[in-house]
Ligand binder design. Structure first.
Ligand code: GLU
Length: 491
């Protein structure tokens, strides 16, 4: 147990039962920003008391996703810390001791009700439109009856005895939130198999880890009511609570795979930048006016938990795409080129990679597009039949450009390619051929399409031989009066 006075300590407590969802990443981000803004500590704790659903592989994946987002933690299962261990499955002794404390103080009691009875109570309450809650039957057992049944080996859970009255949560985002007395019944803190329930384990750990603030989704409000009572029962300071709103899909339902990719790992694979995902998750929750493209330093500096939105926010893929694009544009060209190159097939010639990376830095939405964009230049389809007429009329200029390119070096950097095109245009002008009639056939001959990256980049991405071969194929098709065959060649 630690006593850190007023030093800010927050935690993110994922259950390793699946991959890291965008909504959970947003919760982690708020805790991280809150800690960093205050110069406090960010603790990572693994909520793995549900042994059946928890998985070591998921834990590793969640840690990797958090690291990828840049949300580094000060204490956690991998880095240790003064409150180790950081997996709930390794902290069972603390829960037992706290349960004994509550039992001894008469604040908890044994419950022998079988699951069938509890299910009936629940069904009856729901049928009558009431919130299901335990009816307190085992509270009426005399101590000697409890002892006899325990001695007889009868399984028993431990229930927390809820004090009467409404529960008021002093929420840092919402102000006072009242949870009505009838919303919470005597709940199980330790199951009959000895495993501590979520609310109980969480409170014991938050107490023992000196957690000063708990920031999480508003789906936890009723849990918080239970937890406030547990903190009080254990004589522990109640942390500050902040419940942020949930992320919804466009149809108003909780954000799910129906709406968009929801796992952080999906966005990594799609080639989004972590700083863009972080920026987006932050903007999703508090408004920054027109100043929207923000790095982690700004987010840390500007973060204020009170400013988080109280109402649900709607996931907007277009906005995320726009932010990713903005962050890509802000990258140093060599960083961008490295990320772009990582998505291209092995063996792509470095000059082609450099030219294509430069060509797309101003228009790329996510790096996952890189391979297809590059393939459209490096392995283009044959021009569609309806473009061959334009090519037929352009045989003289294509022939001339072929001669020009044949004399230039094997690879042309984009600036040299620009110069070559300038020479081509001067020649065209002398011949009375307009820029469009010079450049469009050339583009179609080289890429099989009317649109694509700027021509200097196309020329820089293709080795001389490739360029000449594509021009030859086009000219052969044109001269034979047939559509050209597929380019199907390599740069
Ligand atoms: N494991 C819980 C969850 O993922 C933690 C909630 C909390 O922050 O207490 O929802």
């Amino acid at each position: 147990m630690i006593n850190l006075e007023s030093r800010v300590r927050v935690r993110f407590a994922p259950s390793p039962t699946g991959t890291l969802h965008l909504g959970s990443a947003r919760t982690a981000l708020f805790n991280f920003l809150f800690a960093r803004h205050a110069g406090g500590e960010f603790v990572l704790r693994i909520d793995d008391t549900d042994a059946g659903r928890s998985h070591e592989g998921h834990e590793q994946a969640i840690l990797a996703d958090l690291r990828w987002l840049g949300l580094d933690w000060d204490e956690g299962p991998d880095v240790g810390g003064s409150c180790a261990p950081y997996r709930q499955s390794e902290r069972l002794g603390g829960y037992r001791a706290a349960a004994d404390e509550l039992l001894a103080g008469g604040l908890a009691y044994h419950c022998f009700c079988p699951v069938e009875r509890l299910a009936e109570l629940r069904a009856a309450a729901l049928a009558e439109g009431r919130l299901p809650r335990y009816d307190g039957r085992c509270l009426g057992l005399a101590p000697y009856q409890v002892q006899r049944r325990l001695a007889g080996g009868e399984p028993a859970a431990l229930r927390f005895r809820i004090p009467p009255g409404d529960i008021v949560i002093d929420d840092l985002i919402r102000g006072p939130v009242v949870v009505g007395a009838d919303a919470v019944g005597d709940f199980i803190i330790v199951r009959s198999d000895g495993v501590a329930g979520y609310n109980f384990a969480t409170v014991v750990d938050d107490r023992d880890m000196g957690i000063t603030h708990v920031i999480r989704g508003d789906d936890h409000l009723t849990n918080t009511a239970r937890q406030v009572l547990l903190f009080r029962a254990l004589g522990a300071p109640v942390p500050g609570f902040a419940h942020h709103s949930m992320v919804l899909g466009a149809d108003g339902g909780k954000l799910s795979k129906r709406h968009a990719a929801t796992a952080v790992g999906d966005y990594r694979e799609l080639g989004y930048l972590p700083q863009a995902v972080v920026n987006y998750l932050a903007l999703l929750s508090w408004s920054h006016g027109d100043d929207e493209v923000l790095g982690m330093h700004r987010l840390v500096a500007d973060f204020a938990v009170e400013r988080l939105s109280r109402s649900p926010v709607v996931f907007d893929q277009a906005k995320l795409d726009w932010l990713d694009h903005e962050h890509i544009m802000a990258l140093a060209p060599e960083v961008h080129e490295r990320l772009f190159a990582a998505r291209l097939p092995a063996g792509t010639p470095p000059p082609a990679t450099a030219a294509l990376a430069a060509a797309f830095q101003s228009s790329l939405v996510a790096y996952g597009q890189a391979a297809a964009l590059a393939a459209a230049v490096l392995e283009p389809p044959a021009p569609p039949a309806d473009l061959t007429a334009a090519l037929a009329a352009a045989a003289p200029q294509l022939t001339w450009f072929r001669a020009l390119r044949a004399e230039a070096p094997d690879w042309l950097p984009p600036t040299a390619a620009r110069d070559l095109l300038a020479v081509y245009r001067v020649w065209g002008k002398e011949q009375g051929i307009g820029a469009r009639d010079l450049l469009m056939p050339l583009r179609i001959a080289l890429t099989g399409a009317e649109h694509g990256p700027e021509l200097p980049f196309v020329l820089a991405a293709l080795a001389r031989d490739t360029t000449l071969r594509r021009l030859d194929l086009t000219l052969a098709g044109v001269l034979a009066g047939e559509p050209t065959t597929t380019h199907g060649d390599t740069p």
